[in-house]
Design a protein around this ligand. Structure first.
Ligand SMILES: Cc1cc2nc3c(=O)[nH]c(=O)nc-3n(C[C@H](O)[C@H](O)[C@H](O)COP(=O)(O)OP(=O)(O)OC[C@H]3O[C@@H](n4cnc5c(N)ncnc54)[C@H](O)[C@@H]3O)c2cc1C
Length: 457
């Protein structure tokens, strides 16, 4: 029987679902899969993006772990494509490769002052609080007033974690350095800015509602933002999600903290709609001192236009949460404009000619762009896998497809990779760290320590 030796690069949900779907698919060939990730722990943004106080979503890790625990996928943690292995290496040892490398960078926000001290991308902060080994251990939470630019779920995650009291995050898996950082936080006010109105936001009702339940945090909305135009009114009556969002926001208008005039909490989370940030002002030292925004107004068709009216709010930090962006991989076509690998339904295409690159596939956020929930990566993977199966005639013919060839190569290059048993050791270690404190786990953050524990060294 024909055999497919498949390499998958990226052990986030997209990579793991792709492996699972292929192994369960009806097909006329045997399959063996090697799954590579540059981190010593699998699960991608489920481990390093989903907020720690969302244990139900983090729980998707259990389903992904069940797939790995079946034992029919080999894992190579701590192996970076582009450094430890290349496309040429994969061609030598596999019939095809699927790239599922996701997106971890922030999209740009091109306004004056964006490079100020105290201006950050959401991705850096998220990676810090989720204990990503490749990001700084310290985060300077020395600002009293901060701005969060964006009205998607990531913006609300960032705003919530900034506003929340650290005691309320202690049941979660946050690492010790994050606990210490949050304990030192000076925050009193978090200001979230959205260019458009409440009927055009991107966040989901669940994420919004959660903000209203934060202990000792007043939600502040402003009456002036609820003078809806016809398009907004239509959205509120015709779209269930918008209807619920509107209902939640309207309920906050009845709270004493409306318009920022009352309220008794020690922290406040302000939502500013029709507010387009246009500049970050800085002090003499180059540090952020204020955010300047232009008031916008509805254009009658669901969009907005600027009014020319500028306002400013003093803030000492700015977090832009305006989307993630994929990174190029050496030797693999890349669409710089959209931050994805150019592809047709997961079949990778040459950048300029749009012709297919045989044997090379993509799935997940690097295929489709950084939008959508974890569940969407499953349908993505189905589409990509169905092409992979049908393309049998154009797979590569590897010179040495033996399973030992790749381990030999990695050893020769001095790569200290980790495997599935290693992940179990790391997992158990983190769970044991949490136990005395009544917590589900405490994450390890240092890459070296993760590797040492995984390799039982
Ligand atoms: C802050 C944030 C919060 C989110 N919250 C939710 C939520 O609550 N609910 C929800 O459903 N969705 C949420 N999402 C979306 C969800 O995380 C994504 O839909 C999903 O993770 C995308 O999966 P992926 O496998 O394509 O990418 P990723 O999860 O990013 O996985 C990519 C993997 O590839 C690896 N990799 C990258 N480059 C290389 C390389 N060169 N060599 C080897 N390996 C590499 C990475 O280490 C990573 O493990 C959130 C996203 C973010 C950013």
């Amino acid at each position: 029987m024909t055999k497919l030796r498949l390499a998958i690069v990226g052990a986030g949900p997209a990579g793991i679902y792709a492996a699972d779907i292929l192994l369960k698919a009806e097909r006329k060939f045997d399959v063996s899969i090697d799954l590579f990730d540059h981190l010593p722990a699998p699960y991608g943004l489920v481990r390093y993006g989903v907020a720690p106080d969302h244990p139900r979503i983090k729980g998707i890790i259990n389903a992904l772990r069940d797939v790995l625990d079946r034992g029919d996928i080999r894992i190579f943690g701590g192996v970076r494509f582009g450094e430890d292995i290349t496309l040429d290496d994969l061609k030598q040892h596999y019939n095809a490769v699927i790239f599922a490398t996701g997106a971890i960078r922030d999209a740009d926000l091109d306004i004056p002052g964006i490079d100020a001290i105290g201006s950050f991308g959401a991705a850096g902060f998220v990676s810090w609080y989720d204990g990503h080994p490749d990001f700084p251990r310290e985060w300077p939470l020395d600002a009293a007033s901060v701005a969060v630019v964006g009205v998607g779920n990531v913006a609300l995650d960032v705003a919530r974690v900034l506003a929340k009291h650290v005691e309320d995050l202690m049941p979660t898996e946050i690492p010790a350095n994050v606990q210490a950082g949050l304990e030192a936080s000076q925050i009193t006010d978090v200001h979230v800015f959205g260019r458009r109105g409440p009927a055009q936001v991107k966040f989901t009702p669940l994420e919004l509602r959660e903000l209203g339940e934060l202990r000792d945090v007043d939600m502040v909305v402003y009456d002036e933002d609820f003078d809806y135009d016809e398009a907004s009114k239509a959205a509120v009556t015709s779209n269930k999600q918008v209807m619920v969002i509107d209902r939640v926001l309207q309920s906050w208008r009845k709270r004493p903290s409306v318009n920022g005039e009352g309220g008794e909490a020690s922290r406040r989370l302000h939502l500013h709609f029709y507010a387009k940030p246009v500049e970050i002002e800085t002090d003499d030292t180059g540090r952020a001192s204020a955010i300047v925004y232009e008031r916008t107004k509805p254009d009658g068709q669901g969009g907005v236009v600027g009014t020319g009216e500028l306002r400013r709010i003093e803030v000492q930090q700015v977090y832009r949460a305006v989307g993630y962006f994929g990174s190029p991989l050496p030797g693999v076509p890349f669409d710089k404009k959209h931050g994805v690998i150019p592809n047709h339904e997961g079949q990778v295409l040459h950048k300029d000619s749009n012709e297919r690159v045989p044997g090379v596939y993509a799935t997940g956020w690097i295929k489709r762009g950084p939008v959508g929930l974890i569940g969407h990566t499953k349908s993505d993977a189905m589409e990509t896998i169905s092409h992979l199966i049908n393309d049998q005639g154009s797979w590569w013919t590897p010179a040495d497809p033996s399973p030992e060839a790749i381990t030999r190569l990695l050893s020769e290059r001095g790569v200290r990779w980790t495997d599935l048993d290693g992940w179990h050791r790391l997992d158990q270690h983190e769970v044991a760290l949490g136990e005395p404190h009544g917590r589900a786990r405490i994450k390890l953050v240092e890459r070296d320590e993760m590797v040492r524990v995984s390799r039982g060294e």
